[in-house]
Write a protein that binds this ligand. Structure first.
Ligand code: IPM
Ligand code: MN
Length: 372
């Protein structure tokens, strides 16, 4: 039976296919036990697409992504493609999707599970109960600004250049997402840039301030330089609620934030476009971790970030908040019960059960069974 929910699954490279396999078990469980079904198309992206089609994403796959209700994405890249031409690097497949689907708002929540306070490299009292949301601008800035490239300059030196560029609508639309989300949380937004050294930073701060005054004065807004924020995130992360920042700072700060939670293997993300006339947003869901080629194919990867990305999809693309809560609770309970993939085996490991990718996936499904 058609489900009216069209999902494109792109496992990609490295650990992507392994962790996606575990999510497939949860998708099957949801279909059977909760009647949450999807019409799934699966395709290649990244190095896998490059090997087969000579491009990190084909036009046909891009078209399917543009038409899908949501894209569930694994990860791309690996040393095998280090020598690929820059324009054909596996990462270009993901960047093309972000750009063509116009996924300007990247939501990267960082939450500390009680069971994992000891896995963080910070003291438990600094991170216990932490729940922040980083909103990273995803379709502009130095990732896409022109001109970019390399050439030999007049002195005969090789010179490479990228351009950091932002327009006022680009800044405003992502800040609006931050203010809207803050209203459903602790009503606090911190906007981060480098207004002390960059023109784009000055514009960013001006526009965030203007928009706040015009439409969101009920939300508490503050500003910080991105470098100072990097420090404050380690000193007192619980001071923050929603953080909004540009593409490159967001990339870096969200990796930093993941370490507050204990592992990069835990954090999901949602990349959203603007709502269309029917209120539907184009959307792509992916873990913030990469393809982890060092552990790929060994059954060691943590499937939780991919699982939580699926939960975000249920919540943001399909309005299935209850089902999303259930998946998140199952993950939390499995961690409480002591299941740990290798990435989580730091700090106090008394009484934990070391598991591989499949065992972790199975444990989550078993817990869903128990919760149902
Ligand atoms: C991320 C990744 C990507 C990025 C890469 C794979 C292009 O690091 O999603 O954070 O730099 O945006
Ligand atoms: Mn990154």
């Amino acid at each position: 039976m058609a489900s009216n929910r069209n999902l494109l699954v792109l496992p990609g490279d490295g650990i992507g296919p392994e962790v996606m396999n575990e999510v497939r078990k949860i998708i099957a469980w949801m279909g059977k036990k909760r009647a949450v079904g999807f019409d799934i198309t699966e395709d290649l992206v990244g190095g896998a697409a490059l090997d087969k089609h000579g491009t990190p994403i084909t036009d046909a796959t891009t078209k399917i992504a543009l038409e899908a209700d949501a894209v569930l994405f694994g990860s791309v890249g690996g040393p095998k493609w280090d020598t690929a031409d820059f324009s054909k690097k596996p990462e270009r497949g993901l960047l093309r999707l972000r750009k063509e689907m116009d996924l300007f708002a990247n939501l990267r929540p960082a939450k500390v599970f009680d069971a994992l306070v000891d896995a963080s490299s910070l003291k438990p009292e600094i991170v216990k109960g932490l729940d922040i949301m980083i909103i990273r601008e995803l379709t502009s800035g130095v990732y896409f600004g022109e001109p970019r490239g390399r050439h030999t300059n007049a002195k005969g030196e090789v010179e490479a250049f990228d351009t950091q560029r932002y327009t006022t609508p680009e800044i405003r639309r992502v800040c609006a997402v931050a203010f809207e989300l803050a209203r459903k949380r602790k009503n606090k937004v911190l906007s981060a840039e480098k207004a002390n050294v960059m023109y784009t930073g000055v514009l960013w701060r001006e526009e965030a301030t203007k928009l706040h005054k015009e439409s969101y004065s009920d939300v508490q807004l503050s500003h910080m330089y991105a470098d100072a924020l990097a420090m404050q995130l380690l000193r007192a992360p619980k001071d923050f609620d929603v953080i909004v920042t540009d593409n490159l700072f967001g990339d870096i700060l969200s990796d930093e934030a993941s370490m507050l939670t204990g592992s990069l293997g835990l954090l999901p993300s949602a990349s959203l476009g603007a709502p269309d006339a029917t209120g539907r947003r184009k959307a792509l869901y992916e873990p913030i971790h990469g393809s982890a080629p060092d552990i790929a194919g060994k059954g060691l990867a943590n499937p939780i970030a991919q699982t939580l990305s699926y939960a975000m999809m249920l919540r943001y693309s399909f309005d299935l908040g209850k089902d999303a809560d259930m998946v998140e609770l199952a993950v939390e309970n499995v961690l409480k019960a002591g299941y740990r993939t290798g990435d989580l085996l730091v700090g106090n490991t008394d009484g934990v059960k070391k598991v591989g990718t499949q065992e972790m996936g199975d444990a989550i499904v078993k817990e869903l069974d128990r919760l149902a």
